[in-house]
Design a protein around this ligand. Structure first.
Ligand code: SF4
Ligand code: F3S
Ligand code: FES
Length: 248
């Protein structure tokens, strides 16, 4: 069963843009990305969109659909009423390159600022022995497809460009938490999370968790435990005394 849907798609580049109206055919089983591709094929050949796998696994097709961050390839047209106008815009937190394609290099910069897994000296790959519970804990975080929709939706940077320097966003605070929970990681992740990556800016609104297409419990399983570890350490009398002595 086909029908004609009304779409408003953001078009523009170089800081300028507008919503453009389209009426476009929709067929059974299609997703929003199919419709964007149909627009490219029939009405707007220069419409820019980033995508790769069309299977919800590459994290490329992040966009905002009716104002909500979604993967275009995983958003079924059947979730909308046939007479509903569907508005498709680029992720708001990152600069637009063209149409629906944003410059997500902020995220790669933040990724580079996190020191990689740091095992103790003398322990070689193949010698790590971990409990199953530790493996499972980090496996949840490893499901991340780097769609950056959590960073896009977090109000700390969505509404405050000036915070981007000091805040790495939920995706990378989660990465730091994952490393901090790793039984073989010896780097000091807690001070870095707080001082360099802006953990304190997060006021646990959980918007990041709500948009994650992999259903990772970013706030409950990564950010809140990381905050608790940082606080425990700050108010641990032995750590406090140690810091006092070292600062003298
Ligand atoms: Fe996307 Fe979830 Fe990874 Fe954030 S944590 S980048 S929302 S997959
Ligand atoms: Fe932002 Fe998620 Fe915290 S949306 S405020 S990082 S809980
Ligand atoms: Fe890969 Fe949508 S195209 S996640």
């Amino acid at each position: 069963m086909s029908y004609k849907a009304k779409f408003k798609v953001w078009r523009g580049e170089g800081g300028e843009g507008r919503l453009e109206d389209f009426t476009v055919e929709v067929n059974e089983g299609e997703v929003v990305l199919d419709i964007i591709h149909r627009l490219q094929a029939t009405q707007a050949p220069d419409l820019a969109v980033r995508w790769n796998c069309k299977a919800g696994k590459c994290g490329s097709c992040s966009m905002e659909i009716n104002g909500k961050p979604r993967l275009g390839c995983m958003t079924r047209m059947s979730t909308f009423d046939e007479d509903e106008t569907i508005t498709v815009t680029p992720m708001r937190t990152f600069p637009v390159i063209k149409d629906l394609v944003t410059d997500v290099s902020y995220n790669y910069q933040k990724a580079r600022e996190i020191p990689s897994f740091t095992p103790p000296a003398g322990v070689r790959p193949g010698e790590y022995r971990m409990k199953q519970v530790d493996v499972e804990r980090s496996q949840e975080f490893r499901k991340c497809i780097e769609c950056f929709m959590c960073n896009n939706v977090c109000h700390v940077i969505r509404d405050h460009e000036e915070n981007k320097t000091n805040f790495s966003g939920p995706r990378f605070l989660m990465r730091i938490a994952e490393l901090d929970m790793h039984p073989y990681d010896v780097a000091d992740r807690q001070e870095a999370a707080q001082e360099e990556h802006g953990l304190g800016y997060c006021n646990i609104t959980k918007c990041c968790t709500e948009v994650c297409p992999e259903h990772i419990k970013i706030t409950d399983n990564a950010l809140i435990p990381m905050k608790e570890r940082v606080v425990d350490r700050k108010y641990d009398p032995l750590v406090w005394l140690g810091n006092k002595i070292l600062r003298r």
